[in-house]
Design a protein around this ligand. Structure first.
Ligand code: GLN
Length: 393
């Protein structure tokens, strides 16, 4: 036996997924799980039905490496219908095992050792780990709440993050975990920095249809001059309540999408054969479906936010996604969000995610007191959580 520990040094310090840890805690304590962001209800019946029919019809072997042609066509149609983006379904669209694989493929397929990637933090946990796996360097730009509790970045922080080694900006809007939907002005700032420094932009837009209060998602690829340098990533998980199907995609100029494919073919090659036609049907649903999806979540956000405020957990703003952040300092003087989340199941039977772990280590103190709650649950689930929070002494 070698004395050397088996974990690769590039994975040191990343720990186990906080989402899995908190879901396990919810199950073991019988708590309401407002931690991991997955709906506790099913998506459109016609989408589910097609997957079942596909299995019965024998669609159970490998799909093509780039994805089934009709799904690539449906993705291309969807990008044009909602966002005015044009992608050749044969060369500019790639189906992946969830958005997570598309992002991993983009980072590992396009970054060399020592390349720098700018990301806005707090950030989704796999981003930082994949940068490390690529031997690249993460340059964080911290989002901070403004007077209205909306998390945003300072333009000078973004400009300062650029160096001669910067290769890429990884953007996520609507943003997990803060619920920020980047404005056109903010996206233009990112676009200007990318253009001035000849950077690739990878844009994680999995919450594209989950925008509230009459707001609208804007893909950065739709800004002038950006289509040629942007890989837009999304998935069917959040739009059709099928997070476990892991059908995602990457769209962009052929050379960039090809680089993603070169890496992704080594991870899973391809998968999800019976789910691909089902997601294609979902993408072709009428606009009303997508509108009611957002309206329904908005109502749940409102119920949860008022429950949090009543419980002394000051909620920040949330303009989209499944999530809202809350400041725990009024309930826990030391402001330790991790300990707060570990204690909350026993104290009141609700589980949430400590946002501190979603910052780079050097900036973890910025998010120590912030806890993320998910509202992508049935209204009775949210109401039960609200009752438990209200009864919490
Ligand atoms: N995207 C979801 C979240 O942020 C789930 C993440 C996960 O389980 N890896 O909660």
């Amino acid at each position: 036996m070698t004395a050397r520990p088996p974990l690769a040094s590039r994975l040191e310090g990343f720990g186990a997924s906080i989402f899995a840890e908190m879901t396990a805690l919810a199950v073991s304590t019988g708590s309401v799980n407002l931690g991991q962001g997955f709906p506790d209800y099913d998506g459109p019946p016609e989408v589910l039905r097609i997957a079942r029919e596909q299995i019965d019809a024998g669609a159970n072997q490998y799909p093509p490496g780039t994805g089934i042609a009709d799904l690539r066509l449906a993705i291309s149609e969807h990008q044009q219908r909602f966002w005015g983006l044009r992608h050749d379904p044969d060369t500019e669209v790639l189906v992946t095992m969830g958005a997570t694989e598309a992002i991993a493929g983009a980072l590992l397929g396009m970054l060399d050792t020592g390349d720098e990637v700018i990301m806005f933090e707090p950030l989704f946990d796999t981003y930082a780990a994949c940068v490390s796996l690529a031997g690249a360097v993460l340059s964080p730009v911290t989002l901070r709440p403004d007077a209205n509790g909306r998390f945003c970045f300072a333009e000078e922080d973004l400009r300062r993050a650029v160096t001669p080694r910067t290769r890429m900006i990884l953007l996520n809007s609507p943003h997990n975990p803060t619920g920020t939907v980047f404005t056109r002005e903010e996206l233009q700032t990112v676009a200007d920095v990318a253009t001035a420094n000849d950077l690739i932009v990878v844009s994680d837009e999995v919450y594209e249809h989950l925008v509230f209060d009459g707001g609208r998602h804007i893909p950065i690829a739709s800004l002038e001059g950006m289509a040629g340098r942007t890989v837009t990533v999304s998935s069917g998980g959040k739009s059709f309540n099928t997070t476990g199907w892991k059908i995602g995609w990457a769209c962009g100029p052929a050379p960039l999408v090809n680089a993603v494919r070169m890496a992704k073919q080594l991870f899973t090659f391809a998968g999800g054969t019976p789910f691909q036609p089902a997601i294609a049907a979902g993408l072709r649903l009428p606009a009303g479906y997508f509108e009611s999806l957002a309206d329904d979540l908005q109502a749940k956000r409102d119920v949860l936010m008022s429950a949090l405020a009543h419980a002394g957990l000051e909620p920040y703003a949330s303009a989209g996604t499944y999530f809202v952040g809350a400041d725990v300092r009024a309930r826990r003087a030391d402001g330790d969000g991790m300990e707060f989340c570990r204690a909350m199941p026993a104290a009141c039977g609700v589980v949430a995610i400590p946002a501190g772990v979603l910052y780079t280590p050097a900036n973890a103190a910025e998010g120590r007191h912030i806890v993320r709650f998910a509202f992508c649950k049935q209204m009775p689930t949210i109401e039960e959580a609200a009752r438990r929070l209200a009864a919490w002494k």
